[in-house]
Design a protein around this ligand. Structure first.
Ligand code: SF4
Ligand code: SF4
Ligand code: SF4
Length: 404
């Protein structure tokens, strides 16, 4: 169901400019006027006439750090995303083709996974990277994410029967990254849940949550995906009243917050059921229902992804990590890694992306840690590329500490 009411939170702006201070792009790119001007100030003008739409809105990474900082609850990032959807044009050129390839993760994933070794080898060749830089505008310093040879769903099919034997269940929205790039994270979640006596159920079907589609201007497709996913989320919950968990901080943020506020899709039937996984796990562990853990004598640094910061969910991940015996956890003074999904892959954004992330990379390099930990897949790629330290998900770390 579509929500028709227009967001008027711009009216609550008290012009304090705190959002601009916290915007990572405003600090790194002088061409970006910042959240106050692009958000509430610009929205008033755009309502008068579409001529006031400013092309520089494309520099916004949709990180929502401005919303986290705003004392008045103005939905600045959402406002910018909606304005881009309403006013941005998609001309038929190579950059639009690139944006299509980067954002249609389901399509690319299902084409690439059957021939993953070939695709991974081809996209690692320096000459191919240079060609993609020159033609499509995918920066040649970036490595495209590697595909898994076989999807998570295919692996899960063999586990289906065992999972249904548990008396307690959760629904799992795995997202594109787990399905096509890193099934191991989904397998780790299944292990952790099973160690707690909980079975994992997948939705009958799911599509990309829509985050990269929103960011790349394919708003209509993102909305269709949201409607499709909601239909399957509602069906799953009506079959079995259980929480819906996600291991991607951006997927869970989109399902819960961006569906109604950006895509105007009513998710009220399931909104309260959707949780980012570490909140669920921490609550279970504090109740004494957690898995049995062995000491993990490692030093880790933790980076809070933007969309988790927006919901205050970083705290759950941090407290969960602290419950792993033997683990030394240092929380980084994270602002943003600069990757912002597909943003940092584009040649025109690459320098901004690196400038934003530099402070984070420096802290990691100086940390003497064994591993970096973060909840977001694109933070992982950005950290690994720019600090040479492996970055893993809190659930995978928990799986490493399982006694069985
Ligand atoms: S969403 Fe992020 S990049 Fe966009 S205006 Fe807000 S803080 Fe800046
Ligand atoms: S932080 Fe909020 S209230 Fe302050 S200028 Fe930005 S939008 Fe307005
Ligand atoms: S990749 Fe992570 S830190 Fe970077 S913009 Fe996205 S959520 Fe923020």
């Amino acid at each position: 169901m579509t929500i028709k009411v227009r967001d008027t939170s711009f009216d609550q702006c008290i012009k304090c400019t705190v959002c601009t201070v916290y915007c990572p792009v405003a600090k790194a790119n002088p061409e970006f006027p910042g959240p106050k001007q692009c958000g509430p100030d610009g929205e008033r003008l755009r309502l008068k006439s579409p001529e006031f739409y400013d092309e520089s809105l494309k520099y916004c990474t949709n990180c929502k750090r401005c919303e986290t900082a705003c004392p008045s609850g103005v939905k600045i990032g959402d406002m910018i995303a909606v304005a881009r959807a309403e006013h941005d044009s998609k001309p038929a050129n190579l950059k639009t083709a690139r944006d299509f390839v980067l954002s249609h993760t389901d399509l690319m994933g299902s084409l690439a996974t059957p021939v993953a070794p070939l695709v991974n080898a081809a996209t690692s060749i320096q000459a191919v990277k240079k060609l993609m830089h020159k033609t499509l505008g995918v920066h040649d310093h970036k490595s495209l994410p590697k595909y898994s040879h076989g999807t998570f769903r295919r692996w899960y099919k063999k586990q289906c029967h065992d999972q249904s034997q548990f008396s307690k269940q959760i629904h799992y929205f795995h997202g594109c990254y787990v399905n096509y790039n890193h099934p191991q994270l989904g397998k780790d979640l299944v292990r952790v849940m099973n160690a707690m006596g909980i079975g994992v159920q997948l939705l009958d079907k799911e599509k990309c949550c829509g985050v990269p589609l929103i960011a790349n201007g394919f708003h209509h497709k993102a909305k269709k995906n949201a409607e499709f996913n909601l239909q399957h989320l509602e069906a799953a919950v009506s079959r079995q009243d259980a929480p819906i968990l996600s291991t991607s901080s951006s997927c869970s943020y989109a399902l819960q917050q961006e569906y109604p506020h950006v895509l105007k899709v009513d998710n009220s039937q399931v909104q309260d059921k959707i949780q980012y996984v570490t909140r669920y796990l921490l609550q279970a562990m504090l109740r004494g229902d957690g898995p049995r853990l062995k000491p993990l004598n490692k030093k880790v640094v933790y980076h809070t992804p933007c969309h988790l910061e927006r919901t205050g969910g970083g705290l759950f991940s941090i407290e969960l990590l602290k419950l792993i015996p033997g683990l030394e956890v240092k929380v980084l003074d994270s602002e943003c890694c600069g990757s912002a999904g597909t943003y940092g892959f584009k040649s025109e954004n690459y320098q901004t992306s690196i400038s934003i992330g530099n402070k984070l990379f420096r802290q990691i390099k100086e940390s003497d840690a064994d591993l970096a930990v973060t909840d977001c897949e694109t933070c992982k790629w950005q950290i690994e590329e720019n600090s040479a330290l492996e970055a893993i998900h809190p659930v995978s770390l928990l799986a490493m500490a399982l006694e069985i």
